[in-house]
Design a protein around this ligand. Sequence first.
Ligand SMILES: [Zn+2]
Length: 310
Amino acid sequence: MLWRGRRQSDNVEDQRSDSGGGGGLGGGSPGQFRIPIGGRAGGGSSIFIVILVVLAGWYFGFDPSQILGGGDGGLLPGGGGQITDSSGDQGGGTGAPASDEMKQFVSTVLAETEDTWKGIFQAEGLTYEDPKLVLFSSQIRSACGFASSAAGPFYCPSDHKVYLDMTFFQQLDQQFGASGEFARAYVIAHEVGHHVQNLTGILPKFNQMRQSMGEAEANHMSMQVELQADCFAGVWAHFTAQKGILEQGDMESALNAARQIGDDTLQKKMQGYVVPESFNHGTSQQRQTWLARGYKSGKLSDCDTFNTPI
Ligand SMILES: [Zn+2]
């Protein structure tokens, strides 16, 4: 990605030297959504279409009795057991020196998502509110509770912030086999996608609905939320490509990352077998498919994971 020299966002809060806001660690708490997506839609009414369709699905298409509580979204799959949590505690890595350039990269990608989503929202007569992106190391306290780096990047709907420990990028590369700048950009874009879902009412609706859902149903809806975030990331990538700043192999890196963090692939890697009922982010195939789908069309209306078979 040809990101150097481009605008960097002012919305990055560097809390890497902080102790975590005063608290202990803790696993990811409910309500966090790891792995957002960002993108810009071309079409004018696509956001409305998505929202209406989603709401229609919620109100008319689901049998709430089928879904059970549960898993929070994240970048990584991890049904109740949070594969993200078992993906390896990174000890106390501090994000180190080499991360200054990485911080610039993250700030630039965030700025790109801001520009893209601003355009999409404006086209709908809506105002896009930029999310903040908090860089932390080891552990952090968010409005969603305490979280440790081991749980991976996440989005907290309550404070509109994306939380990222950049050491995750090394983990993505070395542990998950997903290298490349654009794999990292995809991670950020996915989290920003959750922010878009938050602004458009999708996340609040999901959080409300899953209270009364069974686990299986909640897991399924969680997958719909996560795959939509992947699709939104694809939409963002679509417009980023149109700016001429993608390089050969960039999209392949992102697609590979989506594949490597699929529920089935992670479970196989972590425990040697898969438990499909526990999937809550989507399989490798599904994640790759929805990312590619958003990338191909650039339309939010093609990201309706709620009324399209996933
Ligand atoms: Zn996510």
